[in-house]
Write a protein that binds this ligand. Structure first.
Ligand code: ATP
Length: 772
């Protein structure tokens, strides 16, 4: 029997460029080749499809080397007028058939995806017309009766319904937050106000998230216009913030911001209001960020998203039948999923229409849950942080202890800030416990400042973008401090609940406290943990605060190393990553930089494995013969092996290379904790911290009086987490008993392990063990 003809899959980027598109192209090309298909790139978006010729090019494995670390889209994009018209699409269809392409993966915004669906819809009639007009004959079109299309959403606006994040949105957000952070320094120095305009004609995601991440004083977004008295409201809030002693004012406005009646709100209008001599009289400047927001390389998250979605798109193409509905690849919380393309496009267009028709409530309802959660978060943390909108009756107010445990991780301060703001808005008393349980145990009573004290809002308000842990963190566990002492202190300070932010030590601490409840009824208060550790090894969640910041640091570190390796040619770098006994950061950064191999504790390192990788590197460098300048990276988790360290692996490779190529080791160390936390860590910190306090407040004050009830309630000691497509609380006991690998200090299941296969496949790693 003759072998089935090879499938020919083409990938294209279209509409506005966005960081991460190159990751898509690399993933589609390599995955397609890996699956035994031919891979094509269509250059310049639909323009390339219409013009054909050199713009449709068959790609080899090597052609997409180095793509991950480049910004924009290397295969070009364009707005193509011809494709709006049937004759343009007819020529495009002809070019597809002539090149034998039977599947098209398109990465673009809603316009590009609408065009794609239209093309697919018309496909049979386009083929008929090509035959009728004798441009092609029946035989030529016979193998192409059905066009298979899969969409990927590349857009910096994050404006497509049905997916939490579009490829490029977090990179644009990172750029915006970086700029706002810079502006804040000068604003504070001169006590100035800045009005910052960000992109988003119909979607306020960038403005909203930038507001949450930077703790901006006021924001304007298209889908949620302010009340008619917005001028007074803005001035009043800013006056109040200034009244606390704040020296800077930041207002963020989306370019599509409007009032409730459809009237445009411009940065100039805001500037005039803020500068008005009879009012706030602030020295006010306008900064329009413009195309800076599109620029630069993709953050780790977008590289991951583009890569995993590209791989999923190829799988979707290969699994599709003529009956399969056209899909696009989405992400819901942490899960990559396929969804019907046109439903999402229609909903997206509906939002724009609803905004124009001023039906804002419905427009908001069509945004995903994270969007409305973040909007609520923003309103609670910034507008109400002053604590003057108290919603809870005095009998329900609680005293909540805040404690950070373990190593610092990006987003810890943002989480504490959000928790404090939420408590204040509800009338609860948030209390800082400085320097973890060690701080609580050692300095109580007589320390000059006290290790347990109420938060000062003015101080906390500035923590939205700060790295490290402002209240101090410590690894010591309650049992080390003395459980009896800790229990007595919890009683002494009359805590009604505990809010912990930290890594595996914090998890262990909650477990110890829970178990000690049998002996110390004072510990029968609700307690919840918001995981924060760069290692991302806390059971109960697939994501910990700080892990995104760490991945960004690692990816940019590796980009630089790779550049140096490429400049000197024929060099391999072996980089040691942190992560304890969890290979998460090694694998995810490997995904983000295109590592040739990743060594993790979950798999260990063996001589056979090294042998296979060294052999593979030798083959690669022999094949290269100096034409390719790209260096190679190998990532080794610090605990992958007791023997094979990064240095030893580099030495082995160097010895085996016999001067045909070089190998060096490199250890980024604590750089991985990051300086300024990433916007994703900051925003998720806010959203999850508020959910934690809301969870705790359900128990009300004085719950230790009902000790038995608390002990029986599985969620009275819990961990908040993102699991698959949902944000959930899981009871500590369940996690301790069923999900924790205590010996290795990590969850039993590594949800990310299959991503390692993707790193291996796309990095071209030779299968291990080598097939006979
Ligand atoms: P962005 O979010 O950056 O605006 P987009 O994909 O929405 O990205 P558009 O300019 O709307 O950007 O669309 C890109 C291209 O897709 C257009 O230039 C056109 O070639 C094609 N296209 C868009 N809408 C349609 C349509 N309704 N019919 C046919 N082709 C379309």
């Amino acid at each position: 029997m003759a072998a089935a003809p090879k499938k020919k899959i083409a990938v294209m980027t279209s509409g506005g460029d966005s960081p991460g598109m190159n990751g898509v192209v690399r993933a589609v090309v390599r995955m397609a080749i890996h699956m035994g298909c031919d891979a094509f790139c269509v250059y310049e978006g639909y323009e390339g499809l219409v013009r054909g010729g050199d713009l449709i090019k068959k790609m080899s494995w090597e052609d997409v080397r180095g793509y991950l670390s480049e910004g924009g889209t290397l295969i070009g994009t364009a707005r193509c007028m011809a494709f709006y018209e049937r004759p343009g699409r007819l020529t495009a269809a002809k070019n597809m058939v002539l090149n034998g392409i039977d599947a098209l993966i398109i990465c673009g915004g809603d316009g590009s995806l609408t065009g794609a669906d239209r093309f697919r819809d018309e496909w049979p009639s386009l083929l008929e017309e090509l035959v009728a007009t004798k441009q092609l004959d029946e035989k030529q079109i016979a193998p192409y009766k059905h066009l298979n299309i899969v969409g990927l959403v590349g857009s910096i606006d994050n404006d497509l319904s049905g997916t939490d994040a579009t490829i490029g949105a977090y990179s644009a957000l990172a750029r915006i937050c970086e700029m706002v952070d810079y502006i804040e320094a000068t604003a504070s120095s001169h006590s100035r106000a800045f009005v910052i305009e960000v992109m988003g004609r119909h979607c306020g995601w960038l403005a909203l998230m930038a507001g949450v991440a930077t703790g901006a004083d006021f924001i304007f977004i298209p889908e949620k216009p302010r009340e008619d008295n917005w001028r007074e409201e803005m001035c009043e809030i800013i006056k109040k913030h200034r009244g606390w002693g704040k020296r800077k004012t930041i207002v963020i406005i989306a370019e599509g911001a409007k009032d409730r009646h459809g009237g445009k709100i411009t940065p100039e209008m805001l500037k005039d209001l803020l500068a008005d001599k009879s009012g706030l009289a602030l020295d006010t400047r306008i900064t329009t960020l413009g195309h800076v927001q599109r620029g630069g390389t993709a953050v780790a998250y977008d590289r991951m998203l583009g890569t995993l979605q590209g791989v999923e798109a190829v799988k979707a193409v290969l699994e599709a039948t003529p009956e399969t509905e056209t899909c696009f690849i989405a992400i819901t919380e942490n899960k990559i999923v396929r969804k019907p393309l046109m439903t999402a496009v229609k909903e997206t267009q509906e939002v724009a229409k609803l905004i124009d028709a001023q039906d804002f409530a419905k427009a908001m309802s069509l945004r995903d849950t994270e969007f409305s959660d973040q909007y609520q978060s923003y309103m609670m943390t910034t507008a109400m942080g002053a604590g003057d909108h108290i919603d809870v009756e005095s009998s329900k107010r609680m005293k909540i202890g805040f404690v950070n445990v373990g190593a610092p991780a990006g987003g810890m301060n943002a989480a504490v800030r959000a928790g404090v703001a939420y408590c204040r808005s509800r009338g609860h008393a948030p209390i800082a416990i400085h320097n973890g349980f060690a701080g609580l145990a050692r300095h109580h009573g007589d320390a000059p400042v006290g290790s347990v004290r109420p938060f000062e809002w003015l101080e906390v308000d500035g923590w939205a973008s700060k790295g490290g842990s402002e209240i101090g963190t410590n690894r010591e566990l309650p049992e080390e401090s003395g459980m009896e002492l800790i229990a007595s202190l919890i009683k002494k300070y009359e805590f009604d609940a505990l809010f912990l932010v930290g890594g595996f030590e914090a998890f262990h601490a909650v477990s110890q406290l829970r178990k000690a409840r049998a002996q110390y009824p004072e510990l029968c208060i609700p307690m919840t943990l918001l995981p924060a550790t760069i290692s991302n090894n806390v059971p109960g969640t697939e994501y910990s605060l700080g892990s995104d910041t760490c991945l960004n640091e690692l990816v940019s570190y590796c980009d630089k190393i790779k550049q140096s390796a490429s400049a000197t040619r024929r060099r391999v770098f072996v980089i040691e990553t942190q992560g304890g006994r969890s290979g998460y950061v090694a694998v995810l950064s490997g995904l983000g930089v295109g590592a040739s191999a990743v060594y993790i504790p979950e798999e260990g390192v063996s001589l056979e494995m090294l042998n296979s990788d060294v052999k593979h590197l030798k083959d690669v460098f022999t094949r290269d013969r100096g034409q390719s300048r790209a260096g190679r990276l190998l990532l080794v988790n610090e605990k992958a092996s007791k023997v094979y360290s990064a240095k030893l692996i580099a030495d082995i490779i160097r010895e085996e290379a016999h001067d045909r190529f070089e190998a060096r080791d490199s250890i980024p160390g604590h750089v991985q904790q990051g300086g300024v936390p990433s916007p994703m860590d900051r925003c998720r910190a806010v959203r999850l911290a508020i959910k934690c306090i809301q969870h705790l407040e359900q128990y009300g004050p004085g719950s230790y009086k009902n000790a038995e009830k608390i002990k029986e309630d599985p969620l009275s000691a819990s961990v908040i987490g993102i699991k698959g497509a949902a944000v959930v609380f899981t009871g500590m006991k369940e996690l301790e008993e069923t999900e924790t690998d205590w010996k290795n200090r990590r969850p039993k299941e590594a949800h990310w392990l299959e991503m390692k296969d993707v790193v291996d496949i796309l990095g071209g790693r030779a299968p291990y063990p080598q097939p006979e």
